[in-house]
Ligand binder design. Structure first.
Ligand code: CP
Ligand code: NVA
Length: 330
């Protein structure tokens, strides 16, 4: 039996991506109204999920541990100071050993090849909790948030879709892991995407290839790329950014702060560029003030705290699909 892993949104069909987000939404409603669905309660009873994190985390750790608690499983947090990986022991040995004792591994790594390597040698499902290339759990939460903010009642009754077709997302900032999975999701869900990055910080060509080839058969997807933030936000429904300095890039801080001058998301910038009336703002967090003004970040247009909470419902749906249902997304 080869386990099915969730390493990137690219691992999901458009139908599966839609279903996972719909499941997350249904679980959110049920738990909030006071009943943990029977498919969730005790679904991991007596089972351990190893959480191997070689970087800091607030949202991913707390949401994953809380989701496992809702399932009555045991989250075992293993920071880089706790286990032998990378110091005394190889990825191969670690993966074989840990996967022989737990039901799943949720891993936050540096290079994507590390989580891919864990998955390759694991006898249990591996879920990527952030690598330098992808953050699928964040993307699930992001599209759940966009669905909640934008779907119409008409589409909310149709379980086949999220009702996001034709919506426009504008990304203003660094071309990074958060953008890459968001873009793959856009290709799969029929969402329009424009991206503004400073010169020298564009989406790498190989990644663009992965993103555009994620569009379902019979459809094409292209990203409108620019170096001018105002151009990207034209007609945008949602403006999204992330930190300019991802974990591990601290030594590039001064250089990047300089390169990203003029990229702060502000009300004036959105107005100058002609974002749609009622545009919303998103950020996966943690946030730094240079990326977005307080005025936007703490305004009613900001979805950031709803987006953060949705990490819980997203990981709950992902654990249900990949760990409890062994990769069947139903
Ligand atoms: N957005 C996100 O993944 O946050 P953490 O790094 O705090 O987990
Ligand atoms: N791009 C950021 C996301 C943190 C959740 C990083 O990789 O550090």
């Amino acid at each position: 039996f080869a386990p099915r892993h969730l390493l990137s949104i690219a691992d999901l069909t458009p139908q599966e991506l839609t279903k996972l987000i719909r499941n997350a939404s249904a679980h959110k409603s049920a738990v909030k109204s006071g009943s943990v669905p029977s498919s969730i309660q005790n679904s991991l009873l007596g089972q351990t999920v190893a959480m191997m994190f070689s970087k800091r985390s607030t949202r991913t750790r707390v949401s994953t541990e809380s989701a496992i608690a809702l399932m009555n499983g045991h989250p075992m947090f293993l920071g880089s100071q706790d286990i032998q990986l990378g110091v005394n022991e190889s990825l191969y040995d670690t993966s074989v050993v840990i996967s022989s004792m737990v039901s799943a591994m949720v891993a936050r790594v540096n290079a994507h090849s590390e989580v891919a390597g864990l998955a390759k040698h694991s006898s249990v499902p591996v879920i990527n909790a952030l690598s330098d290339l992808y953050h699928p759990l964040q993307t699930l939460a992001d599209y759940l948030t966009i669905h909640e903010a934008f779907h119409t009642t008409q589409t909310s009754d149709n379980t086949q879709t999220l009702g996001l077709e034709g919506l426009k997302i504008a990304w203003v900032g660094d071309a990074n892991n958060i953008l890459f999975d968001l873009a793959i999701g856009a290709a799969k869900l029929g969402v329009e995407l424009s991206v503004a990055t400073p010169k020298g910080y564009e989406i790498p060509a190989e990644m663009k290839q992965i993103i555009t080839s994620s569009a379902p058969n019979g459809t094409t997807f292209s990203i409108a790329e620019t170096h001018i933030p105002e151009e990207a936000v034209k007609n945008a429904d949602v403006i999204v950014t992330d930190t300019w300095i991802s974990m591990g890039q601290e030594s590039e801080k001064q250089k990047k702060l300089k390169a990203f001058e003029g990229y702060q998301v502000t009300k004036e910038m959105a107005q100058r560029g002609g974002a749609k009336a009622g545009w919303k703002f998103m950020h996966c967090l943690p946030r730094h003030p240079e990326e977005v003004s307080d005025e936007v970040f703490y305004s009613p247009a900001s979805l950031v705290f709803q987006e953060a909470e949705n990490r819980l419902w997203a990981v709950l749906a992902a654990l249900e699909a990949f760990v409890v249902n062994k990769g069947k997304i139903v």
